[in-house]
Ligand binder design. Structure first.
Ligand SMILES: Cc1cc2nc3c(=O)[nH]c(=O)nc-3n(C[C@H](O)[C@H](O)[C@H](O)COP(=O)(O)O)c2cc1C
Length: 450
């Protein structure tokens, strides 16, 4: 049905909002669209575990975007602070801070942020600076599991065997999976990190379960033996234990959040929330089961995502140019995420939900974002790559004044830099800092590979 042409993967072929709208309608996409962009500027309420509500000044958010630029002890560097000054100054009402490691061995690089007693003060001052822009700040707590790569850790920390990943990285085949004993000790680590983050001033704590990092990989651990694998109850055990441990130490009006992969889109038995019979089809039955459990424990905010940036990045961030040509039109990816988000909104109207994948739409994103808010397919709309590229994107979207020469062009150069664990940002729109980094690391790596 969709007129997918291979050139759609490397060109953005819409020159007006009307043309985009016509294309989507003609091809039967379920992607919403609204010329009335007023919902972008409307206040949003988010429920805390004690039943009280926090108000966010508008319906736009910056997504968590790992910058690989923290100091070696995990505290924010000057470059990290610059990024957060841009995110919080963008006009967005909510800033979802990137993956912050709860333990040293789980960092994706020696420059991933990490929260503990010795970095606590640096986070406090980061949040204080962000709060000058009246934002709602979320701390993303993570254990990077399979993607841990740092000088404390000789090899990655696998939650389960995963053939799709190991086929791509045969060097991982003999590496043992982490033990139940190791996993048993993690909830207290999450709780400790959560308390420090709350004391630092964060308004919400995210127990992250997405993108095949540890808690998400466990959700997909159909083939793991023992108490953390096999049945849904076992696979969800650590996520729930971490959530309980975090909740127990926080004030009752601190919002409990999760960046959640609604579906990994990795074939059964290696992905979470996928059809057991139809390859790569999402099946949100277990996702809803998990959300229902977490909601009863106080979950008030979800930032939805799908897929794995390490395995099928076109699912999570529809792009024009990436490490491979996507097998589908980027709008199909966006439609899949909006459909997932709509389904979860419908099932859990009390939980605020942030939609994902909109940066691909460039200057036309506000119309689809507003459409999604109008039809309640999301409570807020988040922007990741756009926030790297465009320092005032949210203010300009709300005012209907987006500058096409500042938008993200979905070229995946930020992801390319991140893959090499270098300081990450936009080498196209934020050239002064990031073009030299891109040239030095990514272009050199390409030239060496030739
Ligand atoms: C360089 C880079 C770093 C990212 N870091 C994180 C992260 O720390 N935590 C997370 O949950 N998602 C992370 N993401 C995913 C984004 O939050 C977001 O889901 C994705 O970019 C799609 O949204 P967009 O279309 O607005 O870019 C990252 C993406 C990129 C490209």
């Amino acid at each position: 049905m969709y007129a997918f042409n291979k050139k759609d993967s490397y060109t953005f072929s819409f020159s007006s909002p009307e043309q985009l709208r016509y294309y989507m309608e003609y091809n039967g996409y379920t992607i919403p669209f609204s010329k009335d962009i007023s919902p972008l500027g409307e206040k949003v309420k988010i429920k805390a575990p004690d039943g009280s509500y926090k108000t966010v000044k508008n319906a736009l958010a910056t997504h968590p975007m790992e910058g690989c630029d923290a100091e070696i002890d995990g505290s924010p560097s000057d470059l990290t602070k610059r990024r957060y000054a841009r995110f919080s100054g963008s006009g967005a009402g909510l800033v979802w801070a990137e993956a912050i490691s709860v333990v040293p061995e789980a960092r994706t690089s020696d420059h991933q942020m990490m929260i503990n007693e010795s970095t606590a003060d640096s986070f406090k001052s980061l949040v204080e600076d962000m709060k000058k822009n009246d934002v709602f700040a979320v701390a993303q707590l993570t254990h990077s599991g399979r993607f841990a790569k740092n000088s404390d850790t000789p090899h990655a920390l696998f939650a389960t065997r995963s053939l799709p990943f190991e086929e791509k990285r045969p060097q991982d085949i003999g590496v043992p999976v982490i033990t139940d004993d190791y996993l048993d000790r993690l909830p207290e680590k999450y709780a400790k990190a959560a308390k420090i983050a709350e004391d630092a001033g964060f308004d919400a704590i995210d127990v992250k379960a997405c993108h095949q990092y540890l808690l998400d990989e466990l959700l997909s651990a159909h083939t793991r033996e023992g108490k953390y694998g096999g049945s849904f109850e076992n696979r969800a055990r650590l996520m729930i234990d971490c959530f309980d441990a975090v909740r127990a130490v926080l004030k009752p009006d601190t919002v409990l959040a999760s960046r959640l992969s609604l579906s990994d889109m990795i074939d059964y038995p290696y992905g979470f929330a996928v059809s057991e019979t139809k390859p790569t089809q999402p099946d949100l039955t277990e996702t809803k089961k998990l959300i229902e459990i977490l909601q009863a424990k106080g979950l008030g905010l979800i930032n939805m995502t799908m897929g794995s940036p390490y395995f099928n990045p076109h699912i999570n961030r529809p792009y024009n140019k990436g490490s491979y040509d996507p097998p589908e039109h980027p709008l199909v990816g966006l439609e899949r995420m909006i459909d997932g988000s709509r389904e979860i909104r419908k099932a859990f109207p009390e939980i605020a939900l942030i939609g994902t994948g909109y940066s691909y739409l460039r200057e036309f994103a506000p119309y689809v974002a507003a459409g999604a808010l109008h039809e309640d397919a999301a409570t807020m709309i988040g922007f990741g790559r756009m926030a790297f590229a465009y320092d005032t994107f949210a203010k300009d979207m709300i005012e209907g004044n987006v500058n096409p020469s500042k938008v993200c062009i979905a070229c995946s150069k930020c992801a390319e830099i991140k893959r090499l664990s270098q300081h990450t940002g936009c080498p196209i729109r934020d050239q002064e800092i990031y073009l030299p980094i891109y040239r030095e690391h990514c272009m050199k790596a390409r030239n060496t590979a030739k």
